[in-house]
Each structure stands twice: as C-alpha cells, then as structure tokens.
Design a protein around this ligand. Structure first.
Ligand code: NAP
Length: 262
C-alpha cells in the first residue's frame, strides 16, 4: 500500500518518520509533496520517503493520502483535478478543525475518509492520536490504519464534538508539560542542581508518572495519595500548589483553548 503526504512539514514528516522507523510502512511506499522542493528533498533524504513535485500525480500513484498541510490550505488543495484523483482512495486528514462531514461535503462518497489528530510526541514514537469516531473506512481498512498508528502511538476514539477538548489536552498539553518541566528545573537550579540534571529529573519524572497511569493503570488520585505520607514533605508541596491555584490555572488553560477565552 502506497501512502502520499500532501504537506511534509513538522507533523507530516514526524508521522512519516515514526511509521518508517517502526516498520509500519516502507520507505519505498511513502511519498511526500510540499511546494518548497529544496526543503522537501532535504527531509526526504533524512527520513527516506520519495519526494514528489506534483501532488496530483502523487495521489494517482498512492492508495492512501495524508492531508498534512495547514487547514487554511485545504480548500485550495482539494481542487477539481484533485477531487477526481482522490476517487477510490483513502484520505486521512490530520488538519485541526477539519472533520469527516467537512470532507464528505467536498469529496462525496467516492473517497474513503478518516480524520485523526496526532500530537508532537509521535516524533519520539510515544504520541497520542485522536481518531474521529465517524469515518467511511471499511472495518478492515480501519483496523489496518489503527495497527499502523498504534505501532508508534496510543489512539483514542472521540466524536467530532469532543475533538477540540481532546486536542486541548493531548495536542496543546506538551507545551504546558514543557513549561512544568522548565519550572521544576528552575527550582532545582535554585537549590544547586545543574541545569542538565534538573531537566533529566523533571522530564523522566513526568514520563514515569505517565507510565504509572497508562501501563500500571494507576488512577492519578491513587498515585498522589501513594506519594504523600501523613505530615510528610510532598503534602506540604501540594498544599503550596493549591494555594497558588495549580488546578484552577490548568483548567483555565484548557478553557482558553476550547472556548477561545483569555
Ligand atoms: N504541529 C502540530 O503539533 C500538529 C498537531 C496536530 C495536527 N496538526 C495539523 O498538521 C497540519 C500541518 O501542521 P504542521 O505543524 O506540520 O505545519 P507546517 O510545519 O507548516 O507544515 C505544513 C506543510 O504544508 C505544506 N504546504 C504549504 N502549502 C501547501 C499547498 N498548497 N499544498 C500542499 N502542501 C502545502 C508546507 O510546505 P512548504 O514547507 O514547502 O511550504 C509544509 O510541508 C495542520 O493541518 C495542523 O492542524 C499539527
């Protein structure tokens, strides 16, 4: 099965690289198009996909087409010639704010459509990919897609109306988590830790905490209680976090993303 990426920027190339590295797709079956050919060829050399100069010819050659350009570019990309080339193909879109119903209005029923939304951690092959519940892949095609995505990420299926909230946590979350890592490292520095050591401690702690929740099935509340001993040091830190509104500020950040507040 050949897969062509329309747009090979940060996220398109992260997905292509992850799928190639895990062996879920073959280098020789992965194609990419982007307008700036020099940049595209450089990425192709590093990752191993085949660079293309004509998106229509690429789509004709492929079975699967990944829409990985910016959302605003999609109406221009889906011109009449492209719509014709996409007939009988599988379209997978990662564009924020574009859902199954939007594509079906443009492409009709002749193109199989599945919208997904990955986060930046696919680059490290431990990402989260949200999958829109509604789609027109057959059961078998959907299973094949899940197998590929699950080879380098976790997948969570959501209805279109919850994709924004899901993206606010999984897609925007890495920026907030990075800020938390930076803040912990700054505090470590204040008490004499070297910056590199402080980053390692904070980042590995976050990764390990995630693993306890995901791999060991620990609920966050159980984990928190297990680390806090009565009258101990951790509960004093928690109390200080609550005084400065830690939970409230995290929830406000998600409100700002989902409702456009702030
Ligand atoms: N970045 C994330 O964390 C993230 C997370 C989830 C979803 N997404 C989605 O992923 C998509 C790409 O985001 P990104 O961060 O990877 O953006 P990006 O780095 O700016 O990449 C955009 C790509 O689209 C190409 N492009 C520009 N005009 C085009 C056209 N007319 N036809 C085809 N390709 C065109 C660009 O090529 P040139 O470089 O040659 O201009 C570039 O390869 C967006 O829809 C976004 O919503 C991103």
């Amino acid at each position: 099965m050949k897969t062509g990426f329309i747009g090979m920027g940060n996220m398109g190339s992260a997905l292509a690289e992850a799928a190639i590295k895990t062996g879920a797709v073959l280098k020789g079956d992965t194609y990419g198009y982007a307008p700036h050919q020099d940049k595209l060829k450089e990425r192709a050399k590093r990752i191993g996909f085949i660079p293309c100069s004509d998106p229509i010819e690429m789509v004709k050659e492929c079975d699967n087409v990944m829409i990985s350009c910016k959302p605003a570019q999609i109406p221009g990309v889906l011109n009449d010639e492209m719509k014709k080339a996409l007939k009988g193909k599988h379209l997978i879109s990662i564009a924020a704010g574009w859902f199954f119903d939007d594509y079906r209005k443009i492409l009709g029923d002749d193109t199989r459509i599945q919208c997904i939304n990955p986060n930046m951690a696919v680059k490290a092959r431990c990402g989260i990919i949200l999958i829109e519940e509604k789609g027109s892949f057959t059961e078998h095609e959907y299973e094949v897609l899940l197998r590929v995505l699950n080879s380098f990420s976790r997948t969570v299926v959501l209805p279109a109306e919850l994709m924004d909230a899901g993206c606010a946590i999984a897609g925007c979350g890495p920026a907030y988590a990075a800020m938390f890592i930076e803040a912990l490292a700054d505090a470590g520095l204040k008490y004499g830790l070297k910056r590199d050591d402080a980053y390692t401690l904070a980042a590995a702690m976050l990764k390990g905490t995630g693993a306890l929740c995901l791999d060991e099935g620990m609920l966050p509340a159980v984990l928190k209680d297990a680390v806090c001993s009565p009258g101990g040091t951790t509960i004093r830190g928690l109390s200080a976090l609550e005084k400065t509104g830690f939970r409230g500020s995290v929830i406000s950040a998600i409100d700002a993303v989902v409702k456009g507040e702030g």
